[in-house]
Design a protein around this ligand. Sequence first.
Ligand code: ZN
Length: 238
Amino acid sequence: MSYDALVIAAHPDDAEVQMGGTLAKLASRGLRILLIDLTDGEPTEFADTGVRARQAAEAARILGVERMTLPHRDRLLVDEPGIRLEVARLIREHRPRHVYGTGEACVHPDHAAAASITRAAVFLARLGQWDKVVGAEHLANQPPWALDRLFFPHCKMEPAWSEIAFAVDVSEVYDVKREALAAYGSIFKPTDDRLLTLYEAEDAYFGRLLGVAYAEPFRSASPLLLDDPGVILPAVHG
Ligand SMILES: [Zn+2]
């Protein structure tokens, strides 16, 4: 099964918080996207174990993307060779053009581990000769895969970035992002949730900088290359 993009995150809800509008927009344009949660995000504050999985499935349905959850331990996620190889295998299996990781400098250790794991797995996925690496021979039965781009949405537990590579105008799909986040009743309160207020404020802040209602910021692992600068949308400050 091939996907246009993979999104690799520590917990169910991270992808929705960081880039839910972008996911809704890309899915509405027909792109096939797979979210990979490295842990199940359990336990949660407001629900019994197992509830978050159902909410995550519902959030993916709302956004129009697919989702899988790996069985690593929430709170204790670590970057180690086994999980790097596991994620590299998924990249080789699904052959995405783009991978979205988690932005670095993360206060949550699981987010920091996810960022590091993703960078490593993207690199390992494009290498050959795995039959000569002890303990990693199983990668030799897949062809290498080099993706086009590794992007990082902003981890909203961190202060807003002062420099970004680009932002996506998500104004027209912002209600879809709100609906996907509202599916996580195990994480967020139904009204006046402090975190949801913070997340939406950041999207509105970047939107205001760029002259739209809401925008999600991204960094890129490598400089952006354009055939024609004219494809870039105008912004209020030129
Ligand atoms: Zn998280």
